[in-house]
Write a protein that binds this ligand. Structure first.
Ligand code: GLA
Length: 395
């Protein structure tokens, strides 16, 4: 049975008749790491691993959510002006309802049965998948046309202000705007974007290190604060600078004396990473695969040495990948401190790649990595459901 059938059956067993079902994907970022909250550029792709929601309307103002993954339900009142976070998984969906209301949407009560297969803590944005899926469902059930920009923004706000993670817009945006076979080149300041085709013979191979270091969330917010400090100091002499996006490499070098060594390194990563995003997007577009490897390695090293968000397991996974046949490029992906690497691999070599990397990683660490071989997938939308009772249609 496919996801649609399973979801439908589970929903009906718990809540009765289903109105509609929705899906929103996780993502993998090809390049442009820690640039989104610096108003910079990113190049992510949506993936098939997703969150699904079966949904029906209610007559009252309650939002009831059941998670198939956690086998746990929660109920909140959409009219409660004082919804509070609890530190539990439901802060993501409840936070989205909270943010949509703050954005001015009136929401109707709803029952949602959600389930996802984006692994949690793997750096593949299970949080954006659940946020966008629930936001999409709540908007549609309440009769609002889905404005994807407003949806992505509300989901980011939920995570920033309700969950307390100061993430950028990348994950929510690509979960809304992903397109099959394409990466999304996004300007995180203007939110202008362009689809960049990923060549047919190229697979996105995601290697999950199976580790997530505890520091991830707090270090993420620290990095963000360090970038803001860099902007404050550079803006003293460069008044046009609103974000690190506005700083060129020569300007950074000229005014290096204003920065501590740590803040300089953080800024250096962001400034050089923005340049690499454009180069990698152009190389993919033009089919110039020979330069992908260096760009991705430079990105990884910059994240490891200047931004300091890699870890031994990610470094090892990239190192193992670079030794295999048919690899166009490899680097860590997502926020870092564990999670996954992204590898661009020639389709004909991807099975062998998976087998060899898994074996070598296991013999070095004792861990069995999950490895997903995929292609860029479609962004959020309504799921076509099988007819609920097909026999009823037979005369
Ligand atoms: C996390 C955040 C994103 C982005 C990446 C790093 O995935 O949610 O907004 O900052 O880290 O590129």
């Amino acid at each position: 049975m496919d996801q649609g059938h399973v979801l439908q059956a589970d929903f009906v067993a718990m809540f009765g008749p289903l109105t509609a079902a929705y899906r929103a994907p996780g993502r993998v970022n090809l390049i442009g790491e820690h640039t989104d909250y610096n108003d910079g550029f990113v190049l992510p792709a949506a993936i098939e691993l997703s969150c699904w929601a079966g949904a029906s309307m209610r007559e009252d103002s309650k939002l009831t959510i059941h998670s198939g993954n956690f086998d746990e339900s929660v109920q909140s009142d959409l009219d409660d002006p004082d919804l509070q976070p609890s530190g539990k998984w439901w802060d993501y969906p409840v936070g989205v309802a909270w943010a949509l209301r703050r954005a001015g949407y009136r929401l109707r009560g709803a029952n949602l049965y959600i389930r996802g297969d984006v692994p949690i803590g793997a750096g593949l944005s299970s949080s954006a998948a659940i946020e966008v899926c629930v936001g999409y469902a709540l908007l549609e059930l309440s009769g609002h046309p889905v404005d994807r920009i407003r949806l992505a923004r509300a989901c980011q706000r939920a995570e920033n202000e309700f969950v307390g993670m100061r993430c950028g817009i990348m994950d929510q945006f690509v979960s809304c705007y992903g397109a099959a076979g394409h990466a999304v080149l996004l300007d995180c300041r203007s939110l202008d974007y362009r689809l960049v085709p990923v060549p047919d013979q190229m697979q996105l191979v995601i290697c999950n290190t199976m580790v997530k270091h505890k520091l991830a969330a707090s270090e993420y917010n620290t990095r963000r604060a360090e970038c803001e400090e860099g902007v404050r100091r550079l803006a003293q002499v460069l008044p046009h600078v609103r974000a690190l996006r506005d700083v060129s490499r020569p300007q950074l070098e000229r005014h290096r004396g204003l920065l501590t060594q740590t803040i300089y390194k953080r800024c250096l990563h962001v400034v050089t990473e923005n340049e690499r995003v454009h180069k990698l997007a152009a190389a993919l577009q033009d089919g110039e695969t020979s330069i992908l490897s260096q760009l991705m390695l430079d990105s990884h090293r910059s994240l490891r040495d200047d931004y300091e968000v890699s870890c031994a397991e990610l470094d090892l996974m990239v190192d193992l990948a670079c030794r295999q046949e048919g690899v166009f490029g490899a680097r860590m992906t997502g926020g870092g401190f564990g999670g996954s690497t992204i590898n661009l691999v020639n389709a004909a070599d991807s099975d062998e790649f998976r087998r060899r990397v898994a074996a070598a990683y296991h013999s070095a660490t004792g861990l069995n990595p999950d490895i997903y071989v995929c292609r860029p997938a479609q962004g959020a939308g309504v799921v076509d459901l099988p007819a609920r009772n097909p026999s009823a249609e037979v005369p």
